[in-house]
Design a protein around this ligand. Structure first.
Ligand code: PLP
Length: 335
């Protein structure tokens, strides 16, 4: 009850009202993604697992929800000069498609190391690609230059109330599709998705548990929770290319207050989960999207007495944009 009061008091950059508004705004454009189940994966995990397949969302990732909400909430004058972002992939493609639907340009700063399939997606949706180096500094500087040149509006990939609200619509659908969910497992990077998901889910059911899944080589959220402040790592090293960003001032307060725990996963566990998604669920999932299943199968989750009562677990399978070589490697390398 206390949490519900805090959530509705406007303490955070998004809330249940902004998420419901986002839901109405984006409904004509986004897909209501299916929820899959598998008796084999239930048996492996000892729980009832429900997979919300955002890998089947338009652009292949949940990012389209937030991007659509941000683009369609701009006034005409704001929108006219276009939108800008720097992103290594899914947000970039999502913003390109949302801008295309609104009939405005999208200028996308992409690090040279971004996966080819993600750069191809941006171009397919008509985004103008500007390459930067792979450092946050180079990405930010390049985006600032493009903003000066074009006068466009910067739309961050996660640290933004409009983005958090759009991503929160996942919970509205998921809890309608599977009302008995007692736990949600959500990948975390900049925290835009988990903060929106947590705000909506805990407003609907204050008792629901929200667990973040994070790769060991980019475990800044776990470190931030332990330290009680945002920790940014000097470098990150993981196969999950979508999970290398850090929390921001909009997402951190929600992660600090409403995320119950962070489950850390090895890259080898992510590869194994990608293989299971492909072989058992019959869906193509990128490393960042498979991490929720990896977390639920991990010893750190299975052996933690705090989570033994998590019986109906909703896993957000967040994206499916993977270079075929990486997918192939996951099939060959995973044991
Ligand atoms: C497929 C996928 N999953 C999860 C995330 C993490 O989302 P957030 O940055 O909102 O925490 C991303 C971010 O790019 C992503 O692309």
């Amino acid at each position: 009850m206390e949490e519900k009061k805090q959530i509705t008091k406007g303490k955070y950059a998004a809330n249940i009202s902004s998420i419901m508004e986002a839901n109405l705004r984006i409904k004509p454009h986004v897909l209501r993604t299916p929820v899959l189940t598998s008796t084999s994966l239930n048996a492996m995990s000892g729980r009832q697992l429900h997979f919300k397949c955002e890998c089947l969302q338009k652009c292949g990732a949940f990012k389209f929800r937030g991007a659509c909400n941000a683009v369609f909430s701009l006034h005409d004058e704001e929108a006219a000069k276009g939108v800008i972002t720097h992103s290594s992939g899914n947000h970039a493609a999502a913003l390109s498609l949302a801008a295309k639907l609104r009939g405005i340009p999208a200028f996308i700063v992409v690090p040279k190391t971004a996966p080819t399939c993600k750069v191809d997606n941006v171009m397919r949706y008509g985004g103008h690609v500007i390459f930067s180096e792979d450092t946050i500094k180079s990405r930010e500087e390049t985006a600032a230059r493009v903003q000066q040149e074009t006068g466009g509006i910067l739309i961050p990939s996660s640290n933004d109330g409009r983005i958090m609200s759009g991503q929160g619509t996942i919970s509205l659908e998921f809890l309608e599709q599977v009302p008995q969910l007692d736990t949600l497992v959500v990948p975390i990077s900049g925290g835009g998705m988990i903060s929106g998901v947590a705000l909506a889910a805990k407003s609907i059911n204050p008792a629901i548990r929200i667990l973040a899944a994070e790769p060991k080589g980019a475990d800044d959220a776990a470190q931030s929770k332990a330290a009680g402040r945002i920790i940014r790592l000097p470098e990150t090293n993981t196969i999950a290319d979508g999970l290398k960003a850090f929390l921001g001032d909009c997402t951190w307060p929600v992660v600090r207050d409403l995320v119950d725990d962070v489950i850390i996963v090895e890259d080898s566990e992510i590869l194994k989960a990608m293989k299971l998604c492909f072989q058992i669920l019959k869906v193509v999932v990128e490393p960042s999207g498979a991490i929720g299943l990896a977390a639920v199968l991990s010893d750190s989750f299975q052996k933690n007495p705090a989570w033994k009562d998590c019986n109906n677990i909703g896993i957000v399978v967040s994206g499916g944009n993977v270079d075929l070589g990486v997918l192939w490697d996951s099939l060959n390398k995973a044991i």
